[in-house]
Design a protein around this ligand. Sequence first.
Ligand code: ASP
Length: 321
Amino acid sequence: MTSRRTFLQQSAAVAAAITLIPRPSRAMSTDKRPLIVSTWPFGKAANEQAMKALQAGGSPLDGVEAGIRQTEDSGNLSVGLSGKPNAAGFGQLDACIMNGPGHQAGSVAGLEGIRHPISVARRVMERTPHVMLVGQSARDFALSEGQESIDTSNHPALSAKWWAQQERQVRPTDVNADNHDTIALLVLGADGTLAGGCSTSGLAGKMPGRVGDSPILGSGLYVDNQVGAAGATGIGENVMRYCATFLIVEFMRQGATPTEACQQVIDRIRSLDPKPNELGICFVAVDKQGRYGAAGTTEFPYAVTYPGYSEVEKVAAYPGN
Ligand code: ASP
């Protein structure tokens, strides 16, 4: 006969199992195109801007650019020229963009003083024979393309003094807007084509010249028009050593849902990394069927927008604890 103690243990186990079973959610539905998914609560405004671009007749790529430009202009402390400075007291921005049709990509890294890195990345993709430009040469290209330059020397968040005044010591493993974040934004268009982009000022206090995962294709962002797209945020060093977003897309190709694919990549990284409990990484993904998902080593809010729906959803730290 089942003792009270055993019964309680079994009940607790069942309850725990129930909470782990993915709810039949909107993520299971496939009728939500165009679908826009991005990192962090600030992604919601970006998604909505992207949706406006799509509704005005823009392509998924136009939606990506419009959405990320919104974040770059929003005063965000981790994206664009308002982002926190590097260790030398000035901002160096990273961004990339991918268009599913044609498997095209453009990227910039270490870009200084330019208002919209995502637009420069798009121009690298569309107007040069190359994929990636860096540093002063990326800036020169941006200026030659008429991209807006802003003198940030007086920006409070970009002065060494401001940086020195910060009360809180940055803990690199805290993935939150206090020290680093990225807008990674994925669009599945009404026509089933995919595009994605990301933009960041990178880790606050990084060494000058440090480049994170965000502008590295297959690390901070990857789009495969036959399968799906994935984007990353968190400590770039723990993403780029594993080609994480490429791997997420490959797991989706093998049949994983977007959420499963993000979790499987965290499993993979944890199994290989010498510091598996200090990763500070989060992922979003969408697939060609219109499913979406996310996973993070910390609790991770992300923004989801499709016709009639625009919300910040949240996943618990994975494995949940
Ligand atoms: N991934 C970005 C970087 O390492 C920062 C972040 O998303 O938190 O530059």
